[in-house]
Ligand binder design. Structure first.
Ligand code: SF4
Length: 334
């Protein structure tokens, strides 16, 4: 049985009160703004770091000030504001969720995990964290932070721990002061600033006496780090004399699912390069992937089925950053 010390929550919340960052989604004037800010930030923070999200969040909320307004905003406008943040399915789900909450649920967030998970884009983690933050329910979002902190406290590899069971069995000890919203947020902040993946600042950690890892005197070895993977790709651009490029939607490449893209193939068979002109080689990084790209082009009146012509200068159209970088390179051919 993995038992959590009953002082742990209090120590983490006290640390949080003294050290929390002034993140823009933590500053709101009324419950409606709180719901809007928390919902929007949780969607933006899925798979994206805090420092990246901050300017997007500020720009988004300066243009669309309320959840009600978001529910009546066009998808095109929302995607434009989301441009560059990536994982565009989140933006599409956010609009659908805002519309359901405002139009079908009288602007009220569902109060049970079962019902909140019916909203588009809200799974187990986001559901739990929103119920904790909005309704002060005794819940934690089990993310990398929570897993890392608990695995260090018990000095066991993450794979050997059942986090859901640990939290359920220690509910009374964890949620013992009716500050459940603060605890949910404090743990995330604690994981980001103190019990960090690579170099935890154990010396100033307020719970070091409860931490078996610290007491062991060992160094961090078992922490799973995000490995950077290197991949080689060929990108093939169909171009025409009207300064248009052939793009297709919904690439099958996992890390670029929502993009308008030219043809991308993992580099392998040199024979496929017949009839293509080499333009340049360049490097690109997307999350933990380093891409080494060879860019090819050909001028053609026709494009294969599934591609559509896009003007290289269509500024008002939603075009992701990855594709815009390709535009810049092929523009030099005209
Ligand atoms: S003592 Fe170190 S490893 Fe343990 S919880 Fe604190 S920061 Fe994390």
């Amino acid at each position: 049985m993995h038992t959590i010390n009953s002082n742990l929550s209090k120590k983490i919340i006290t640390w949080y009160e003294n050290n929390k960052r002034n993140l823009p989604w933590r500053i709101y004037s009324n419950p409606k703004k709180k719901l809007y800010y928390r919902l929007l930030s949780e969607f933006m923070l899925q798979q994206t770091q805090v420092k990246t999200v901050i300017p997007y969040f500020e720009r988004f909320t300066s243009k669309i000030k309320t959840l009600k307004r978001l529910s009546t905003t066009s998808e095109r406008k929302v995607l434009k504001l989301w441009e560059g943040l990536g994982y565009y399915r989140r933006a599409k789900n956010l609009i659908k969720t805002a519309r359901i909450i405002v139009k079908k649920n009288n602007s009220v967030l569902p109060k049970t995990l079962e019902n909140i998970k019916k909203l588009p884009g809200i799974g187990e983690y986001t559901g739990n964290i929103l119920l904790a933050l909005i309704y002060n329910q005794p819940r934690l979002g089990i993310d990398g932070n929570v897993k890392r902190i608990l695995s260090r406290i018990f000095f066991k590899h993450e794979k050997k721990l059942n986090f859901k069971e640990i939290i359920d069995k220690n509910k009374k000890k964890l949620f013992n002061n009716n500050r459940n919203a603060d605890l949910a947020e404090a743990i995330m902040e604690f994981g980001a600033l103190i019990c960090k993946p690579q170099d935890p600042t154990c010396k100033i950690c307020p719970i070091k006496n409860n931490c078996k890892f610290f007491r062991s005197g060992k160094s961090i070895k078992f922490t799973k780090l995000n490995k950077t993977t290197k991949r080689n790709y060929n990108i093939f651009c169909y171009l025409n004399k009207k300064r248009e490029i052939g793009l297709k939607k919904n690439s099958t490449l996992g890390f670029l699912k929502e993009y308008n893209l030219p043809i991308i193939k993992e580099r392998s068979n040199k024979k496929n390069l017949k009839n293509w002109n080499f333009l340049c080689n360049y490097k690109n990084s997307i999350s933990n992937k380093k891409l080494n790209i060879d860019l090819y082009y050909k001028f053609s009146k026709k494009i294969p089925k599934g591609l559509n012509w896009f003007s290289l200068y269509r500024n008002e159209e939603f075009i992701p950053t990855f594709t815009k970088k390709i535009f810049k390179r092929v523009e030099n051919l005209y």
